[in-house]
Design a protein around this ligand. Sequence first.
Ligand code: GLU
Length: 311
Amino acid sequence: MPRTRLAPSPTGALHLGNARTFLVNWALARQLGWEVVLRIEDLDGPRVKVGASDAAIDTLRWLGMDWDEGPLYQLADPAPYTAALKRLAAAGQAYPCRCTRKEIEAASVSAPHAGEHELRYPGTCRPETPLPVEFRAEADEAWRLRVADEAVAFVDSLAGEQWENPQQTVGDFLVRTKAGLPSYQLAVVIDDHRQQIDRVVRGDDLLSSTHRQLLVQRALQTGPPPEYFHLPMVVGQDGRRLAKRHGDSRVAEYRRRGVPAERIVGLLAEWCGLGKRTAMNAADFLEAFDLDHLPEGQIVFGPEDDAWLLD
Ligand code: GLU
């Protein structure tokens, strides 16, 4: 049976944009008979907020979603990340890097979302030839994947044909951060592999990351890649990814203000092309959901949406 995952990062409360992606992921899975794993991406070190994992789980449940396995926490079993780093190092595919400042910021453990500044690593610490080295878990030492200068292509089930040369866009990217944590790009590959995930549904701000993840998968020989579905994002009226600057669009905040889950799901349903907004629960959404009706462009969240929820 195919398997997918809901993978919230407990770095802040879920907003309407995240909720829409999760609801689409869940509905697709339930319609097509995929198993659903709930993975909490709690590796995100300093950005993880106390209580945010429980809050994310609570919000997903309140909206009416369910899952077959989990919550699985990344920090509960970090050994496979280290094992992967050892294998990459022994194969000459990863090398240590002590470069400071911005390069490190550029490839943090967080999923890099569209519009966030990413720098290309210029290859300062890259050995001339891919020599096997022993991985050492030293403090203050990052590790980078040796990335060939060639295009990586895949076909996304929603976004269509994709093409990028990661060496030109980001260069040798981090697999371990200076803080000693596996990078997002490494962790997601390990997690998808160990949890046997073969269907990935997420925001299209992660399209570019997918090319990097395909490279990590190849280097670790994790088998065929998952099938990817990247959804267009919900943005504010300024065209930027929904965030705090657009006002408080957190689901938990609407809930606190007395908005019923059915209103939120109803708004998300309209954003999924299911007709004019009307209150509905997750079961109604599931029945109505049709991937073919999903709008191709971005969804714009504006004050009238906020007003409708609070009405
Ligand atoms: N936890 C990530 C996020 O919230 C999702 C990463 C993924 O789906 O690969 O952006």
